[in-house]
Design a protein around this ligand. Structure first.
Ligand code: G4P
Ligand code: NA
Ligand code: NA
Length: 194
């Protein structure tokens, strides 16, 4: 998605060879009009698949997920993160390990908001090693729902998450895929180097 690549180039900041800061429009401040255009793009890629629910993970997944839900006219449920979870049989929960933060969190969704009749589209802001996405996939499976696919705003193509999901046969649609961040430059997949 060209407008997203432009946004990354103009408002993103390369912090290292592996991390890009996108607080200006995704992780701290949100541009709602722009975010709505991302939601419309996800909506167009997943229209006519009978999606009944969007699932994401708090916090930064929520804005693209809500805009996708707006586009498809379906509810959005966000998994919650907790340090440690008291046993609660009314929740689906799973452990997610963050390599970036070097800590494990449980993520959970109430059984009230997803069930076996749902056809789920997972949306998230950034795909790195795929731990968060795989955790959400696990919750969809626990619920007995159908997973239709995963929409990602920014995929870090040099980390393994995309491969881990696709090798499981999951449809992953990323609006921008970064191949490398070497020397402070954002190199997108499909050949644009600035
Ligand atoms: P993974 O789920 O794909 O395995 O990713 P990882 O554990 O490495 O990511 C942990 C957190 O760091 C996630 O946010 C993820 O979005 C974020 N992250 C990973 N790489 C980058 C990057 O290059 N740039 C930015 N801006 N974020 C990155 P989170 O902890 O879920 O936080 P929140 O933003 O949703 O609150
Ligand atoms: Na994030
Ligand atoms: Na996220």
């Amino acid at each position: 998605m060209e407008s997203l690549k432009e946004k990354i180039l103009t408002e993103g900041k390369v912090l290292s060879d592996s991390v890009i800061k996108v607080d200006a429009f995704l992780n701290h401040q949100v541009d709602p009009v722009f975010m709505q255009s991302l939601g419309a793009e996800f909506g167009s890629r997943f229209t006519d698949y009978g999606i009944t629910k969007i699932m994401t993970l708090e916090s930064s997944g929520i804005s693209p997920a809500v805009m996708t839900g707006l586009s498809l006219g379906v509810p959005v449920v966000f998994a919650r993160k907790r340090k440690s979870l008291t046993l609660n049989e009314h929740l689906y929960s799973t452990e997610v390990y963050s390599y970036t933060k070097q800590e494990a969190n449980d993520i959970s969704v109430s059984k009230d908001y997803i069930d076996r009749d749902d056809v789920v589209l997972i949306i998230d802001d950034i795909l790195a090693n795929g731990e968060a996405a795989l955790g959400m996939v696990d919750i969809v499976e626990q619920a007995g729902a159908v997973l239709e696919g995963i929409g990602i705003v920014i995929e870090k193509g040099f980390q393994e998450g995309g491969e881990r999901l696709r090798e499981r046969g999951i449809r992953v649609e990323s609006l921008a895929t970064i191949e490398s961040l070497t020397n402070g430059h954002v190199n997108f997949k499909q050949g644009r180097l600035i």
